[in-house]
Ligand binder design. Structure first.
Ligand code: THU
Length: 134
């Protein structure tokens, strides 16, 4: 799947963001090894800590539907700058990424985006390898 297609899915999901507190809308789309796409938006809460980021919404949807291996992720937050994922989401990416080279696509729109490798945005991470679970 090309970058543009995955970004379009993230943009669509962004429209569903529930953000009465921040008004900062984010959409994400994850591609899984079995070729499926799962999307998510951020979902805020009056108890701010209960907020869920768009990226984790998408990943948790994938995992709960039986797709545990992610091969790419597109994220659209602010439309005028590239929105990078928060630390908690980066940690969750590591748990379900096919490997540390998967592409993290940060987009303003389908045509304007940057691509990072997972390993470059969370160096020195603690992962399941440290627990000998791999
Ligand atoms: N947020 C995301 O959904 N993903 C990110 O990558 C950064 C932050 C959300 C959480 C909250 O709803 C809002 O953006 C402001 O932090």
């Amino acid at each position: 799947m090309n970058h543009e297609t995955l970004i379009k899915e993230a943009l669509k999901a962004r429209q569903m963001a529930y953000t009465p507190y921040s008004n900062f809308n984010v959409g994400a789309a994850v591609l899984t090894e079995d070729g499926k796409v799962y999307t998510g938006c951020n979902i805020e809460n009056a108890s701010f800590g209960a907020t869920n980021c768009a990226e984790r919404t998408a990943i948790f949807k994938a995992v709960s539907e039986g797709s545990r291996t992610i091969t790419a992720i597109a994220i659209v937050g602010d439309l005028n700058s590239y929105t990078y994922p928060c630390g908690i989401c980066r940690q969750v990416f590591l748990e379900f990424a096919k490997d540390e080279n998967i592409e993290i696509i940060l987009a303003k729109n389908e045509k304007d985006y940057v691509v990072e490798k997972l390993k470059d945005i969370i160096p020195g991470a603690f992962t399941k390898k440290d627990l000998n679970k791999e």
